[in-house]
Design a binder for this molecule. Structure first.
Ligand code: SF4
Ligand code: SF4
Length: 97
């Protein structure tokens, strides 16, 4: 059997050190200013397949009933939408261009 001296007694939650916790809605934390590259849609190539909308990890792609568009307040510029777009309609360009 193993050495029982290394087994620690279980501790309750009151023994945990205090830490930070976000307490506001995620909508209050705009993450778009992390972005170095910005996705731009060429609507001439877009076929409304919605794959970019499906794969965006930040739910930063929206649908207005006719077309998809980016909510740049929350887009972090990861480029996943550009990678999954079957028609290469989304180009990643340097922020500020
Ligand atoms: S770059 Fe990333 S975060 Fe921004 S819209 Fe595309 S998938 Fe979403
Ligand atoms: S993945 Fe490309 S083609 Fe499909 S909706 Fe998005 S931009 Fe349009």
């Amino acid at each position: 059997m193993g050495d029982k001296s290394s087994v620690k007694e279980p501790r309750g939650w009151k023994s945990l050190p205090l830490g930070a916790l976000p307490y506001r809605l995620s909508l209050d934390y705009k993450t778009g200013d992390w972005r170095a590259l910005k996705p731009v849609i060429d609507y001439g190539k877009c076929v409304n397949c919605m794959l970019c909308w499906l794969y965006c990890p930040d739910s930063a792609i929206l649908w207005d009933g006719k077309k998809v568009f980016m909510n740049y307040d929350y887009c972090k510029g990861c480029g996943i939408c550009s990678d999954v777009c079957p028609t290469k309609a989304i180009k990643m360009v340097p922020e500020g261009e």
